[in-house]
Write a protein that binds this ligand. Structure first.
Ligand code: CAO
Length: 440
């Protein structure tokens, strides 16, 4: 009886693929208990010359699978056995439990449904359930895609079974679907898991070492984190450090502030840095640009908007000062004060933070000698500022005390090369060292 039932199974075997002694199993696309149709791809096989799909010659339910990804097979290797659809739920249906595992008690059930629900010896039940998981609840969706598309997905490190439904005929996945999926993951900022993904930081139970408290990150911190990770992973960045002699600028700024009334807005050094930066950007258009999304073109901007990183209780935000080239230092002072106050009160609107051409991150009010800011992509560069300090500077005859301002320029090396970065920074420094240049 058992023989007869086994004989009713259809065997799927590796076909003749042209005298190839060893064929790699790339992927098995079926699972036990799954209902398959004629020509549905059962597995993807690969020789050193080609990748091929192995189609099912029959419609039915997968009874057992004999290969797995990574196996080496050859012509005639048994891939899977299938209970043909016409035999399902008939007395002729093969008894899966008998085929899969030796049982101590005879299995009395005569069809698949009754195997799962009858109460034979415990081991029989276990075997039957392992063999025939309820397809809808325990099987994963297997992608319907050609070998070329599967290969493409593998090259990108994408698990093709996770790509949502394909746009091809009958939901077949196309290369475009894989590309769209990758694009979506990148935009979501969620790292892809799998072979080509960046290895995850190990999860550690810190409570083993002492008391801990979990505190949720603010929305701004979470978004900033995603954005910074995306930039870090996408941009080859270089940071160039230099310093500007701002002794004369500082004297001028003190004079200006001394002239101001008690309630008037004071001028900070940052405002001159903004102006000096924009003057340099006017000389170096590639700093006032973004790369096109295909990386083929540089999109040069004819406006000069500067983002200013502002530290707030909820995290870092970057309001944008617009048309800086057309505004006076006093106008900019007012605008920066307004926007940084709004930022700290959490009242910035999305429009206040859009349209930046280059960003300044100033830690000068806090301290520091240098740091490496991360470019606020799709901008191509960012200027970091740390605390100015008096230093002995050799003037050719003697050391003189000068107020030196450390500056850090990080740039996208795809757009800006090292020499251009250094030349740009020299111009920023000249502008700050002698602000009369801003009039030129
Ligand atoms: N060297 C020495 N002193 C400096 C300085 C520098 N480079 N930059 C600012 N200062 C001084 C200012 O002159 C001011 O001094 P007084 O109080 O005596 O006038 C004081 O530090 C505070 O300045 P400020 O920070 O209020 O003003 P600002 O115009 O320099 O900066 C703003 C404005 C909004 C950029 C700043 O308040 C801020 O939020 N900075 C933090 C930005 C940040 O977190 N960046 C990091 C991002 S990277 O992850």
């Amino acid at each position: 009886m058992t023989d007869k039932k086994i004989a009713n199974l259809i065997e799927i075997k590796v076909p003749d693929v042209g005298n190839v002694p060893s064929i790699d199993v790339v992927e098995v696309l079926i699972c036990v208990g799954e209902l398959i149709i004629i020509d549905q791809t059962v597995a993807t096989l690969e020789t050193d010359k080609a990748t091929m799909e192995l189609p099912s010659p029959v419609q039915g339910r997968i009874q057992q699978i004999f290969i797995k990804a990574g196996d080496k097979v050859q012509e005639g290797t048994l891939v899977a056995t299938v209970v043909p659809t016409e035999l399902e739920n008939t007395p002729q249906a093969p008894v899966v439990a008998e085929v899969l595992a030796p049982v101590t008690e005879p299995v009395l059930a005569t069809n698949i449904a009754s195997i799962a629900t009858a109460s034979p010896a415990p081991q029989s039940v276990k075997s039957a359930q392992q063999a025939l998981p309820i397809a809808s609840s325990t099987t994963t969706r297997k992608a319907h895609a050609s070998p070329a598309v599967r290969l493409f997905a593998r090259e990108l490190g994408v698990d093709i079974n996770k790509v949502s439904l394909g746009s091809g005929r009958k939901g077949r996945l196309l290369k475009e679907d894989v590309k769209e999926w990758v694009k979506k993951i990148m935009l979501d900022g969620k790292p892809v898991s799998g072979a080509a993904a960046i290895p995850a930081i190990p999860v550690i139970d810190f409570s083993v070492f002492g008391e801990i408290e979990a505190k949720s990150l603010s929305k701004i911190k979470k978004l900033t984190g995603q954005n910074l990770t995306r930039v870090w992973l996408n941009l080859p960045m270089v940071t160039y450090h230099d310093e500007a002699d701002i002794t004369d600028l500082e004297a001028f700024r003190s004079t200006l502030n001394a002239e101001k009334g008690k309630d008037e807005l004071k001028i900070t050094g940052l405002l001159f840095i903004i102006k000096a930066l924009v003057a340099a950007m006017q000389q170096f258009p590639s700093f006032n640009a973004s790369l096109s999304s295909d990386g083929e073109q540089l999109l040069l901007k004819k406006y000069f908007n500067i983002g200013i990183a502002v530290d707030t209780p909820n995290g870092l935000v970057v309001p944008v000062l617009r048309d800086v080239n057309n505004k006076s230092i006093n106008q900019l002072a007012l605008e920066l004060a307004e926007k940084s106050t709004k930022a700290r009160q959490g009242k910035l609107l999305p429009a206040d933070m859009q349209g930046g051409c280059m960003t300044i991150s100033s830690l000068g009010g806090i301290g520091g000698t240098a740091f490496t800011p991360i470019v606020n992509a799709p901008e191509v560069a960012i200027l970091g500022v740390t605390r100015a300090k008096m230093q002995p500077v050799w003037n050719g005859a003697e050391f003189v005390p000068r107020l030196m301002l450390p500056l850090d320029l990080t740039y996208d090396h795809r757009v800006i090369d090292g020499a251009e970065g250094a030349r740009f920074m020299s111009v920023v420094i000249q502008n700050l060292s002698d602000i009369r240049r801003l009039l030129l």
